[in-house]
Design a protein around this ligand. Structure first.
Ligand SMILES: C[S@@+](CC[C@H](N)C(=O)[O-])C[C@H]1O[C@@H](n2cnc3c(N)ncnc32)[C@H](O)[C@@H]1O
Length: 283
């Protein structure tokens, strides 16, 4: 079952203005791609282009973005790429408020659980940028449920698409357990305090779980890109230290500094990685 709405609110409903201070201007809360650039804004657009291409999108397609955050990808697909029929689903009420505020032409968003989401019409394509981390909890993973839960996610994705659909997916990966006491404590703390109810999947779990619904056509790993993304987020967070402590308190600043530092270390030491997947529906 993974993260509940209450869990998701811990992760994303701190305050939209808080996240606006240290994410890129589009408010992507996922790994950018620093190919030929050191700039976070450009890196995020490169990521959005890759997911667009992995989903084989074109303006005539009807697409759903699963776990659409504050709307970066649905806005990009509609405005930058001219996709005419764009939809998003998020479990976070605060993110949904931001999407409504953006009022993006041709885009609809739904605040609710993807697993209960019943679209009026099936989709030609899906995108999902780092929502699968919320599908299985640490307890469920320990009890051997991970592949079953991820397979249920891919089954649901299959059920709401048309024949021939493509799926551009991005996911953090859990590689191996930290080797130092401090790293074990920090990564464990991030899992429970910042992203309750979720755990990052292993690559082999996703490879198993897509069957029999989706064929893996391409995979690209980007461990170093996520390390850089977290470095940029922490840099911007620190540049706003005084303002953040004043508006949201010292604890919020300290928690987010600790979390982003643990992520910089986690990607550097291979505890975590990132993968972008191009999947084609099996009909
Ligand atoms: C790490 S954020 C990524 C947001 C966005 N894709 C981005 O790139 O910035 C994870 C997203 O998954 C959403 N989410 C988690 N569980 C969900 C569920 N069961 N149904 C719908 N959305 C969910 C959260 O609300 C959040 O928007």
């Amino acid at each position: 079952m993974g993260s509940t709405q209450k869990d998701v609110q811990v992760s994303y409903d701190v305050s939209n203005d808080f996240f606006r201070l240290w994410l890129d201007e589009r408010m992507n809360y996922t790994c950018g791609v620093f190919e030929g650039t050191d700039n976070l804004e450009e890196a995020q657009v490169k990521k959005l282009n890759i997911i667009h291409d992995f989903a084989h999108l074109s303006p005539d397609k009807r697409v759903l973005d699963i776990g659409c955050g504050w709307g970066a990808n649905i806005e990009f697909m509609a405005l930058d790429k001219g996709v005419k029929d764009v939809h998003g689903v998020t479990l976070s009420p605060a993110q949904f408020e931001e999407i409504k505020r953006r009022n993006i032409p041709g885009v609809t968003a739904h605040c609710g659980n993807f697993f209960d989401y019943e679209p009026a019409e099936k989709f030609d394509a899906l995108t999902s940028i780092c929502m699968i981390e919320h599908v299985c909890s640490p307890e469920e993973a320990r009890n051997g449920k991970a592949v079953e839960l991820y397979r249920n996610y891919f089954k649901r994705a299959h059920a709401i698409t048309k024949k021939g659909a493509w799926f551009g997916l991005q996911s953090i990966l859990r590689n191996f357990v930290p080797r130092s006491q401090k790293d074990i404590r920090d990564i464990g703390w991030v899992t429970y305090a910042i992203f309750p109810g979720g755990i990052t999947p292993r690559m082999e779990e996703i490879v198993q779980a897509v069957n029999p619904y989706w064929e893996i056509m391409e995979v690209k790993t980007r461990r170093e890109d996520y390390g850089k993304t977290c470095w940029h987020w922490r840099d911007r967070l620190r540049k706003n230290e005084a303002l953040i402590k004043d508006k949201w308190g010292t604890q919020v600043f300290d928690d987010y500094d600790r979390y982003l530092s643990a992520c910089v270390t986690g990607f550097e030491k291979h505890y975590q990685s990132l993968a972008q997947w191009s999947l084609r529906r099996i009909d």
